[in-house]
Structure formats: C-alpha cells, structure tokens
Design a protein around this ligand. Sequence first.
Ligand code: GH3
Ligand code: MG
Ligand code: MG
Ligand code: MG
Length: 341
Amino acid sequence: SPDTSDSIPFLAEDACPDPCGELAPWKILIVDDDPHVHAVTELILRHISFRNRTLQIYNAESAAAARDLLQREPDFAFALIDVVMETADAGLELVHHIREERKDRAIRLVLRTGQPGYAPEQDVVLAYEIDDYKSKTELTAQKLFTSVVACLRAYELITEINALNAELEARVAMRTAELQKLAMLDPLTGAGNRRHLEERAAAEIADCQRTGRELGVIMFDIDHFKHINDTWGHAAGDLVLQKVVQTAAAQLRATDFLARIGGEEFVILVPGDGLAGAVHIAERIRAALAGCPVCAQAASIPVTSSFGVTVVTETSLDGALVRADEALYQAKHGGRNQVAA
Ligand code: GH3
Ligand code: MG
Ligand code: MG
Ligand code: MG
C-alpha cells in the first residue's frame, strides 16, 4: 500500500473498493452547541472516504438533541462530542447515556472541547470506551481526520466481531437444541426414552386436565424376545427392535408419543380418545407387527407383541403404568400376541 504518512491518510482507504457495490452509509454524529463548529467540522469530514462508504453527517446542537437523534436514528458509527453544552459536563453525560443506557457498544466516541489541555479521568475514558479527546485548539483538521479514520476502522472491526459473535451464538443455540433433543431419544430405535416419556406425560396430563379429554396409555412387550436373540443373534435382535419401532410409529398419529422404557418394552401415550380409542390403536399396532416379519440373517423372523392398555386417572403417569403393566401381564398369560385392558 502507498506511503501516506505525509499525505492525507484517509484517502488510502479508497484502495479497498467494495466488491458488492451497494454498502449502507455510515452515520456520523457531531454534537456541539456552537453552530460555527458544525459548519467547519462538516467541511472537513465531508472529504473522508472510507471503504467506499457514504458517510452521513448529522448535527445536534445540544446533548438533549443528540439523545433524540440517537433515538430516531440508531446505529451511528461515530460521534464527535463537545463537553460543555447545556451543562458543564453535558457531553460526558451523553457518553454515559450512549454506553450505559443505550448500550451502543459499537459507536466510536471522540470528545472535543474548548477547555485547553482537556483530559477526562483515565478510568472514565476506559469505562466508556472514549477513543480520543482533544481540546479544540489541538484538534487540527489533520488530527481530526486521523482520529475519525481510526474510529471508523475500529467501528468496522467491532461490527464485524459482533456479527460473528451473533452467528456463533445462534449456532451454539441450534447445536444445544439438537443435543437436548438427542438426549431425549433412545439411540438404538429413535423412540423417546424414559425421561422424554416423563416430560411428555406431564405436559399431556396438564393438557388433558385443561381440556377434559382422556390420556390413553399403551404398554407393549415383544413376545419371546429372548428366544429371538438366542436363535438369530443379538444383532438380529437389535434390528427387530428398530423394525418394531418403525412399524408401531407408522400406526400412530402426530399427537401420539412412543417411548422405549426397557429392553423390549415400550409405552405409547395416546391423548384424546379414552380407553376404547387406545385399545383400538393397540389392536392396530398388534396386527401390523404380527403381519410384518423382520428379515435378518437370510431369514424371515416372525415377531409378535403383547399389549396392556389403560387411561391416566391421576395427576401422574405412575398409576397408569402399573395398571398397563398388569393388563400386559394378562395379555402374556392369555397366550401373547393380544391386547388386554
Ligand atoms: P416374554 O414374551 O415373556 O416377554 O419373553 P421375553 O423373552 O421377550 O422376555 P425376557 O424379559 O425374558 O427377555 C428379554 C430379552 O431382551 C433379554 C435381553 O437380553 C433382551 N434385550 C434387552 N435389551 C436388548 C437390546 O437392546 N438388544 C437386544 N438384541 N436384546 C435386548
Ligand atoms: Mg460547548
Ligand atoms: Mg418380552
Ligand atoms: Mg420384557
């Protein structure tokens, strides 16, 4: 890049043209109670060119007017602020307002005052991220240029970092939601796990209490699954578990919920249709499973399941699980591959 040390530094920024063409203008705010200062400053700043951006200059003749302007026009890149305006430290109060009340962290701030040798306390400079401060006699056109261009560079970096941070936060939030969802699923079958069942049941029970509808509960258990494992191997057993979930899930409505609560034991929540509706769905799943042998080890493995059905009558799922388990025991004793309620 060309040496600009003894020329006007800001012009070098033109060497970096914007590839997209259309860039939103950056807003610059000049706050001073002396209109003459506005006129002169605008004359100087009008010649700044930064990364092909249009710089829009706004003037405010008091700290109060600056606050109104910031309210109406957010996202200023830079503000040049006089110290003594309506009060002796109106400028510093405006800085406080911008940083503490508005939380405009990106906007760069330069203080300029008629007081010779002006220097705010260093902790104030740091706390409010004041980029520069000069007395008006010190702040020549050249120094003003340099200060403004440095501020615009900082503003560009900070807005870029803020955008990256926002993107990162959004991605972390997305990933966290994905992980939370995964933590609720049984990894082998993709059905809900017991924790998910408990959470879902609590929500469904509350919903049913509100609407006066009934929550049906189906518990089912694969028949002679130990025999399937023993005959065809554990891998075939795993495949059977996956297929059983697929086949059962295909019989469910979007509002029903299937969870694996043990090795080859499952629970389904069926909101809305009472005991008869739940029995009907259980019978449909039983028939679908019985009619769907699983292909594994070059064999067609017949798979049946037994079902116990009940409805929730308390404010928790526990009682219903006990009753569904009792009904399931009856179905096993009745000869398996059947529904009991
Ligand atoms: P019943 O008809 O009375 O239910 O008989 P069953 O053989 O299905 O019941 P039992 O409880 O005796 O056997 C369940 C078997 O399920 C035993 C266990 O090794 C097997 N099992 C549990 N979890 C898994 C798993 O994740 N994968 C496989 N392949 N087998 C599992
Ligand atoms: Mg003043
Ligand atoms: Mg079993
Ligand atoms: Mg079992």
